[in-house]
Design a protein around this ligand. Structure first.
Ligand SMILES: [Zn+2]
Length: 406
C-alpha cells in the first residue's frame, strides 16, 4: 500500500495540491473554508492549489449545493473528486478462471467479463489474453483506452509489491519471478494502441480484504479476510492499508502444516489447504461418489443443501477455525470475514466452533465473524481501489499534475 502522508497532518507550506485532494477525497474537508482550517493555508494559496486540481479535471463542485462554512460567513460550495476524468482496469486470476472489469475511479463496475483462463498456461499466454479482454471491455463500456489511468491485477500467490512479481507461488507454475507488470502493460498497449499505464499486482486475498474493508467496514482498523476456494489465503488490512509483511508473504496460511497426511498442490503433505480448501472437499466428495471436481462444484452443492457437502464443509471450517484461533490472537481484529467457494453457514459454523474454543475469550470478545459482501467482485473492487489510491496519493499528485501541464 502507498503511504498516507495526508492523514498524518502535514501543515503549512508543505501542504501540497495532493494533500488538499486527499482531504476532499476522504471527505474530511470538502469546502475551501474547511481546507483552510485543516491545513493552515491562506485562502489565496488554497485557491491556487485547487485551481490546478480543477484544471486537471480531478475536482468538481459538488451537486449538493452550498453548506455552512466552519469559518462562519456565507455558505460554501462543496468540492468533490471528479471521477469522470479516467477509468481503471482490474482483473482477478484464479487457477482456471478469471474475471476482468472496467471501473470508475470510485469503484463502480462499468463492464465486466469472466471466463476460462488457465494459470498453468503461464504468464505470457494468460496476460496476453487479458490484454484482449481489456480492449473488448473498454469498447463495451464505451470508453477509450487513452482514458485508462492504471491496471490492477489480483493473483492467487504471494506478491512482492515492490516489484509486482510473485514469489515462490505454490499453485502458479511458471510465474515465479516473472515480470507481470511489463507483460500486462505490453499486452494492454498491443491490443489498444494506447500509451502504457502503471500496473499494480497484489495477492487476491489481500485485494479482496482491501475491497471489502473499504466498502463495508471502513471504520474497522484491523480487518482479516480468509478466502477458501481452490486454495486458502488470508488478507489483512490494518489502519486502512494492506499488511503484506516484509516480502508479501503475510496471510499465506494455506500451507501451514496441520495434523493430516493429505498431499497438497504445493507438493508437501499435511497443508491446511490439502484438507480444508474447496478443492479438498471436492476430492472427499468425489471419493464418496458425489460428482465434484472443484471448489465451485462444492459451492453449487452447498447452495443446493447437499447434506454430505455440508458436513464436509463444516469439518473444513473446524480445521480452518483452529488455525484462525492463532491468527485472531495475534492480530485482535474487529472483523473476520470468510469468503470464497466454501463461505456459507456450515463452514462458518465449523470456524466458530474451533475459533471460540481455542482462542482467548479476550481476543474474540469484540470480533464479528461475517461472510463476504462483495462476493466474486471483491478482488476486482480492491484492485481498482489500490490503483486509485496509488495514483492519487499526495506524494504522486505533483508529478502527475506537472505531466498534465497544470
Ligand atoms: Zn501446501
Amino acid at each position: 500500500m502507498t503511504g498516507q502522508p495526508g492523514r498524518t497532518g502535514r501543515s503549512g507550506s508543505q501542504t501540497s495540491a495532493g494533500d488538499l485532494l486527499e482531504l476532499v477525497r476522504s471527505g474530511r474537508a470538502v469546502t475551501r473554508g474547511a481546507l483552510q482550517q485543516a491545513t493552515g493555508l491562506s485562502r489565496a494559496t488554497v485557491g491556487q492549489r485547487l485551481d490546478r486540481l480543477f484544471r486537471a479535471g480531478w475536482l468538481r463542485e459538488g451537486a449538493g449545493g452550498p453548506v455552512g462554512s466552519p469559518l462562519g460567513g456565507r455558505p460554501s460550495i462543496t468540492l468533490e473528486f471528479d471521477d469522470s476524468h479516467a477509468v481503471v482496469l482490474a482483473a482477478d486470476l484464479d487457477t482456471r478462471h478469471a474475471r476482468a472489469a472496467v471501473l470508475t475511479l470510485t469503484g463502480e463496475i462499468l463492464a465486466e467479463h469472466s471466463g476460462t483462463l488457465v494459470i498453468e498456461d503461464g504468464p505470457e499466454a494468460v496476460l496476453g489474453e487479458l490484454g484482449r479482454w481489456f480492449a473488448e471491455l473498454l469498447t463495451k463500456a464505451g470508453h477509450r483506452a487513452e482514458e485508462v489511468c492504471g491496471i490492477g491485477l489480483a493473483v492467487p500467490g504471494p506478491v512482492d509489491s515492490a516489484t509486482g512479481r510473485v514469489v515462490q507461488p505454490p499453485i502458479m507454475p511458471g510465474w515465479d519471478g516473472y515480470d507481470i507488470r511489463g507483460r500486462l502493460s505490453r499486452a494492454f498497449t498491443e491490443h489498444t494502441s494506447a500509451p502504457a499505464v502503471p500496473v499494480l499486482v497484489d495477492n487476491d486475498a489481500n485485494l479482496m480484504a482491501y475491497g471489502e474493508q473499504r466498502t463495508g467496514h471502513p471504520d474497522c482498523s484491523a480487518f482479516v479476510l480468509v478466502k477458501v476456494s481452490t486454495g486458502i489465503g488470508a488478507g489483512v488490512v490494518v489502519d486502512g492499508s494492506i499488511y503484506r509483511g516484509i516480502d508479501g508473504g503475510a496471510g499465506d496460511i494455506g500451507h501451514i502444516r496441520v495434523d493430516a497426511q493429505a498431499l497438497c498442490r504445493c507438493g508437501s503433505y499435511g497443508c491446511l489447504a490439502a484438507v480444508a480448501s474447496g478443492g479438498a472437499v471436492a476430492r472427499r466428495l468425489a471419493e464418496a461418489g458425489v460428482p465434484a471436481a472443484s471448489g465451485s462444484d462444492v459451492r453449487d452443492l452447498l447452495a443446493a443443501g447437499h447434506p454430505e457437502a455440508a458436513a464436509l464443509a463444516r469439518e473444513a471450517g473446524r480445521r480452518v477455525g483452529d488455525v484462525l484461533a492463532t491468527v485472531v490472537t495475534l492480530l485482535n481484529p474487529g472483523v473476520l470475514m470468510i469468503a470464497g467457494d466454501l463461505a456459507g453457514t456450515p463452514f462458518l459454523t465449523g470456524v466458530r466452533e474451533l475459533l471460540y474454543q481455542r482462542a482467548l475469550p479476550r481476543s474474540t470478545a469484540h470480533l464479528d465473524v461475517v461472510t463476504s459482501r462483495l462476493g466474486e467482485r471483491a478482488a476486482l473492487i480492491g484492485a481498482g481501489a489500490l490503483v486509485v489510491e496509488h495514483l492519487y496519493a499526495p506524494e504522486r499528485v505533483e508529478e502527475r499534475l506537472v505531466a498534465l501541464g497544470v
